[in-house]
Design a protein around this ligand. Structure first.
Ligand code: FPP
Length: 258
């Protein structure tokens, strides 16, 4: 934790939690055992982020493409989600963590949707941190939904096509409710975005680690933030301009407004 400068924290951290299956296979266990340990890593990371004072944490828990995994694994993931929505309730309440969810949530089984709705509504007033779960989520799918909504608004004469700007689009992206991503972490050694938060990650700092998700813990998060704090964020501007710091801040403000 001493590695982290608390005055310069990323405001929104997003994580692609990869490597559960390999973690389990390396131990001769079924893949679902990796997901179970992955849930422990979720708890540890959520606690560490909250303790540091990070305002928003988005976790890629289930992608739109994950529906094509073997049915038994899909069922195990949904069951695990349902268990966590019960077992982590007190953790969220005690730490004033607001739960939110993005993705095509209507595709989740009804009992999972109900538990999700219950906990999101119970925690909706909390301001300690937002834990945002991406479930049945895809960045392209989110953009498709936003484009369709915009087309409907144009059709209904609610907006003129010439008024469509970045802000009009961002307002229709649920993932942008917690602002653009500052730090995007991917565990498990692969170096790709895999259809996660495509819009919000436009200026995110990317951090890839070989560590498998079930091994990720508070210390891993501190290391990622230390790396982030060592980066120079330019948002397309030049590094040595006299007022680089203030223009960068201004750009950041603009990004947040969008
Ligand atoms: C990717 O690892 C991980 C997932 C598809 C699921 C993530 C789920 C969890 C961390 C568990 C619980 C989370 C919550 C929020 C309750 P992989 O299976 O693709 O791993 P591999 O690349 O090693 O096969």
């Amino acid at each position: 934790m001493a590695l982290v400068e608390v005055s310069r924290l990323p405001q929104h951290v997003a994580i692609i939690m990869d490597g559960n299956g390999r973690w389990a296979q390396a131990r001769g266990k079924p893949r679902t055992a990796g997901h179970e340990r992955g849930a422990d890593a979720v708890r540890a990371t959520m606690r560490a982020a909250r303790r540091l004072g990070i305002p928003a944490l988005t976790l890629y828990a289930f992608s739109e493409q994950n529906w094509d995994r073997p049915q038994a694994e899909v069922n195990a993931l949904v069951d695990l989600l349902c268990e966590c929505l019960v077992s982590e309730r007190n953790e969220l309440v005690d730490n004033e963590i607001r739960l939110s969810a993005i993705g095509r949530l209507h595709k989740l089984p009804q009992h999972a949707q109900s538990r999700l709705q219950k906990l999101t509504s119970e925690t909706k007033a909390y301001e300690g941190m937002t834990l945002n779960l991406a479930l049945s989520y895809g960045g392209r799918e989110e953009l498709v939904d936003a484009v369709r909504a915009l087309a409907n608004k144009v059709h209904a004469d609610e907006i003129d096509p010439s008024d469509i700007d970045e802000s009009a689009i961002a307002q229709l992206l649920p993932s942008m409710d917690v602002g653009p991503v500052d730090l995007l972490i991917r565990t498990g050694g692969e170096q790709r975005i895999s259809n996660f938060l495509l819009w919000g990650s436009a200026y995110a700092e990317l951090y890839f680690t070989e560590e498998l998700w079930p091994d990720f813990d508070a210390n891993s998060l501190y290391c990622a933030i230390e790396a982030y704090q060592g980066r120079e964020r330019r948002f397309g501007l030049v590094p040595d301009a006299e007022d680089a710091a203030s223009t960068t801040e201004a750009r950041k403000e603009l990004e947040r407004a969008i």
